[in-house]
Write a protein that binds this ligand. Sequence first.
Ligand code: THU
Length: 142
Amino acid sequence: MKEINGKMKLTEEEISRYIDEANDILKNAYVPYSKFPVAALLIDEQGRKFRGVNVENASYGLGICAERNVIPTAVTEGMKKIKLLVVTGGTPEPISPCGACRQVISEFSDKDTVIILTNKDKKYKIWSINELLPYSFGPDDL
Ligand code: THU
């Protein structure tokens, strides 16, 4: 049993299962241009599960990252806070979310949000949003 960020407790089995679920949807990523699939599995404060992949476009700049795909989907269904986010890709090391995604993740995260960055080999590291985006700009700055 792993106690993460002082709150959420996850067993190695649960972590492994969530990583499998994220890796399972990599095949649905629409990546004809970059050939770089990314997948995100999100669990909200109500324990509901949402999935997203990156979806690219012939007009390259319109492509959307997996993380910024899953978050609006969850918000549409009423998500208030991210409890757990698993992000995976075909990288040799656990994937590193882009800066834009870190900012969007941050909007719906707090100190208890668990972020698991992983890859196809299930190599993973667990992060808090403050570690991924220190000294961030957020709703309290307005
Ligand atoms: N990508 C994501 O989906 N998430 C990230 O955090 C990093 C990058 C996608 C965008 C693009 O479809 C592909 O990976 C290559 O940049």
